[in-house]
Design a protein around this ligand. Structure first.
Ligand SMILES: Cc1cc2nc3c(=O)[nH]c(=O)nc-3n(C[C@H](O)[C@H](O)[C@H](O)COP(=O)(O)OP(=O)(O)OC[C@H]3O[C@@H](n4cnc5c(N)ncnc54)[C@H](O)[C@@H]3O)c2cc1C
Length: 297
């Protein structure tokens, strides 16, 4: 069976920032046979492959983009592989939304992921970005990751062979493939009281809700924090960017590092506002802010 293909998919409809034009096609991958057909299919479709999860860390350009979006659609739930009295190993498909993974962890009484409450991405996107907050990062809990790369097909790497970094990861001691899909990961999580896990997740979520515009159209933090003493939000606030608008785009009045689409924003406005912020921070503080959000040119 051929994978499902949608032509001219809208990035605006597939990203939480609600920006972006259309790609050439979107290919939904759910079986090994789909991966086996992928190289030929990409040649036929043309354009650059781009792996998309929930689109919660993406700023896509306006217009017609020469891209083929690759998305996992496995729809299987997290599963328990092994457990003892202190911890459990679980297997999670790359398309599983983090909120589903966190609910599963709370039900099973598995801790470690409480800091990820409120992050809207998929497991694959979280591994790719080494997503984290409140001092907890997904990379700390990985024991094995299954990838697909066009050169090698499906392959596995143990935790010693992958190197999670600040909002990024690489393969230890070797060049990463030109592109790859994170298909599945095995996580080792410590056993905890289910109620304590749930309560901690709720407390973290409430803290975020009070300080971040979680229900607005955003891609989370626009810039990486250059250091713990100088978080990007503080630098942007000191440079007068909190609440600053350009057309339909605005730095949130609640948290200056969240760029928000007020409904009618464009990618061009978003990029102009981000560049203005970066230049002003450089001028005033001598600090080079680096984008956390992934731009699709
Ligand atoms: C309201 C809000 C709050 C947020 N809070 C946080 C936070 O506290 N901490 C944090 O770290 N992030 C946060 N984010 C950002 C975002 O949710 C995370 O980076 C998330 O992990 C991205 O997952 P995704 O599935 O949406 O990936 P996408 O945004 O679709 O993609 C992000 C990157 O990952 C790659 N990718 C996605 N899926 C795969 C895959 N299966 N295989 C290979 N590569 C893949 C893409 O190619 C792209 O480079 C927040 C975002 C929002 C909107």
């Amino acid at each position: 069976m051929q994978p499902e293909i949608t032509y001219t998919p809208s990035l605006k409809q597939r990203t939480t920032l609600r920006l972006g034009g259309t790609a050439i096609a979107e290919v939904l991958l759910s079986t090994d046979s789909h991966f086996a057909q992928l190289s030929d299919l990409l040649k036929k479709l043309g354009g650059r492959p781009f792996v998309l999860g929930r689109g919660s860390n993406i700023l896509a350009n306006d217009g017609e983009l020469p891209l083929v979006l690759l998305r996992l659609q496995c729809t299987d739930k997290p599963t328990l592989l092994d457990a003892d009295e202190s911890c459990a190993l679980i297997s999670v498909s790359g398309d599983v939304p983090l909120p589903v993974l966190l609910s599963y962890a709370a039900e099973q009484g598995l801790g470690g992921l409480e800091g990820l409450a409120g992050i809207p991405g998929t497991l694959g996107g979280a591994v790719a970005m080494n997503a984290g907050s409140f001092g907890s990062e997904i990379g700390n809990f990985l024991t094995e990751v299954e990838f697909y790369a066009p050169e090698t097909g499906l392959f596995r790497k143990s935790k010693h062979e992958i190197n999670p970094m600040y909002r990024n990861f690489s393969f230890s001691g070797q060049e990463s493939a030109a592109w790859h899909i994170i298909c599945r990961a095995t996580l080792k999580l410590p056993r905890k009281d289910p109620e304590a896990v749930r309560a901690q997740m709720q407390a973290n979520f409430q803290k975020k809700q009070a300080t971040q515009p979680l229900s607005a159209a955003s891609a989370g933090c626009a810039f990486k924090n250059p250091s713990p003493e100088f978080p990007a939000g503080l630098l942007l606030e000191r440079c007068g960017f909190k609440g600053k608008k350009l057309g339909g785009m605005m730095f949130s009045p609640l948290h200056a590092n969240f760029l928000v689409n007020q409904g009618n924003g464009t990618s061009a406005q978003a990029m102009e506002l981000l560049n203005a912020a970066k230049n002003t921070v450089k001028k005033n503080f001598g600090i080079d802010l680096e984008l956390e959000v992934k731009t699709i040119p």
